[in-house]
Structures are given as structure tokens and as C-alpha cells.
Design a protein around this ligand. Structure first.
Ligand SMILES: CC(C)(COP(=O)(O)OP(=O)(O)OC[C@H]1O[C@@H](n2cnc3c(N)ncnc32)[C@H](O)[C@@H]1OP(=O)(O)O)[C@@H](O)C(=O)NCCC(=O)NCCS
Length: 179
């Protein structure tokens, strides 16, 4: 399918992934318990062919926009961010992301990628509302979305099961700026 292939930010670029991006490093993030502990993908061990299937499925779905997150300085692939599946009738799309290595956490990369993809969603796709959710204990995720301009819309109490027991689900949203 065709989709916007590249989004530039101050320190990052986001581009569509191909099978060549399914590296050992990417598989390593997805199988690292410290990275995947709040991801629904954590229940399966993912090998490179699984990543290729995921990339191909996203790229074949016109309502899903999967991007790799790359550093402009050196081109390293540091994570992924996905918008969708988009509900075109309601003008909705949900964002999820991973920054794969803890060495890249806390530098504002998630905030920067979220803000850029949200702008793409409201601008290129004309979505009225972009949503996201995270586990209550995922402070970094909540803070990154809020830093990118999202508001907390609500809390789904004791919504998720995690290693820490039952956890709240934090529902967040970003609304299309009025013209
Ligand atoms: C959650 C995650 C996306 C955050 O990415 P990041 O690039 O570290 O986030 P940012 O650097 O943009 O951080 C935004 C804010 O959160 C803070 N923050 C980041 N990680 C934090 C943590 N573990 N605890 C507390 N605060 C944290 C940052 O200091 C920053 O605060 P500020 O706005 O006051 O400066 C990243 O840790 C990650 O991919 N984790 C594994 C997968 C995951 O949980 N994905 C999200 C699923 S909803």
C-alpha cells in the first residue's frame, strides 16, 4: 500500500518499515522483559520471521500506519510507533509505541515521535481524535503522551493484569485543533 513514508522531527525521522528492518536488535527489544512488560506482545517470543509478518501485515492494511523511529544522527533504528487501525467514520486512531533500548529512554524521543505522528493523524488523515492508553504503572508512557499534548480522559480501574497484580488503564486523547 502507499502511505506517507517519512516524517521528520528535530532529532528523529519516522519511516515505513521493510523486512530488512527486522533485525536481531529489534527482536531483542521485543523479547526483553524490561521493555515488553507493558506490551500485549509480551506473551509470545518473537523471532525475525514474526517481525516480518507483523511489518508486512501493517503495510498491507490501509488503515494502519506503522513507522520505525530512527535517529537522524547516525540512522539508528531505536523503536517503532503505530497509528491504527484508523476508524475513518469516527475519525479515530490509536497510537502505540516502543523505544527499544533503555539507553534511549528519558531523552524525549517518545514525546517527539508521538507529537509528530499525532500531527500527521490530524493533518494528513484529518482524524478528529487520536487516542492512546497505558498501564497505570507505566509512568514513562503517560508522561510522554502528556508531554506531547495528550490529556488523560479517564481511568479504567483494575483494568489490566500485570506482574504487579491488577492495574489501572489510563485512557488518553489528543483532539484535532479547531480551525
Ligand atoms: C514508555 C516509553 C515509550 C517512554 O519513552 P521515552 O522516550 O523514555 O519517553 P520520553 O523521554 O519522551 O519521556 C517523557 C517524560 O517521561 C519521563 N519518563 C520516561 N521514562 C520514565 C520512567 N520510567 N519513569 C518516570 N518518568 C519517565 C521523562 O523524563 C519525561 O519527563 P518530562 O516530560 O518531565 O521531561 C519507553 O520507555 C518505552 O518504549 N518503554 C517500553 C515499551 C512501552 O512501555 N511502550 C508504551 C506502551 S503504552
Amino acid at each position: 500500500m502507499t502511505q506517507a513514508k517519512r516524517i521528520e522531527t528535530e532529532r528523529l525521522f519516522l519511516r515505513a518499515l521493510t523486512a530488512a528492518d527486522a533485525t536481531d536488535a529489534y527482536a531483542g527489544w521485543m523479547n526483553d522483559p524490561s521493555v515488553n512488560r507493558h506490551l500485549e506482545s509480551r506473551f509470545a517470543t518473537l523471532a525475525k520471521p514474526d517481525l516480518v509478518r507483523f511489518i508486512d501485515a501493517c503495510n498491507a492494511d490501509p488503515s494502519t500506519h506503522l513507522f520505525g523511529i530512527f535517529l537522524r544522527d547516525g540512522d539508528a533504528h531505536i523503536g517503532n510507533i503505530k497509528l491504527g487501525p484508523v476508524n475513518a467514520y469516527h475519525g479515530l486512531g490509536d497510537i502505540g509505541l516502543v523505544i527499544g533500548s533503555s539507553s534511549h529512554w528519558g531523552k524525549g524521543y517518545a514525546r517527539e515521535a508521538i507529537a509528530a505522528l499525532t500531527q500527521f493523524a490530524h493533518g494528513m488523515l484529518a482524524l478528529e481524535k487520536v487516542t492512546a492508553s497505558c498501564y497505570g504503572s507505566n509512568v514513562g508512557s503517560r508522561k510522554a503522551f502528556v508531554a506531547a499534548g495528550f490529556v488523560v480522559e479517564g481511568v479504567r480501574h483494575r483494568h489490566f493484569r500485570s506482574d504487579d497484580g491488577r492495574e489501572d488503564g489510563i485512557m488518553m486523547a489528543h483532539f484535532r485543533p479547531s480551525k
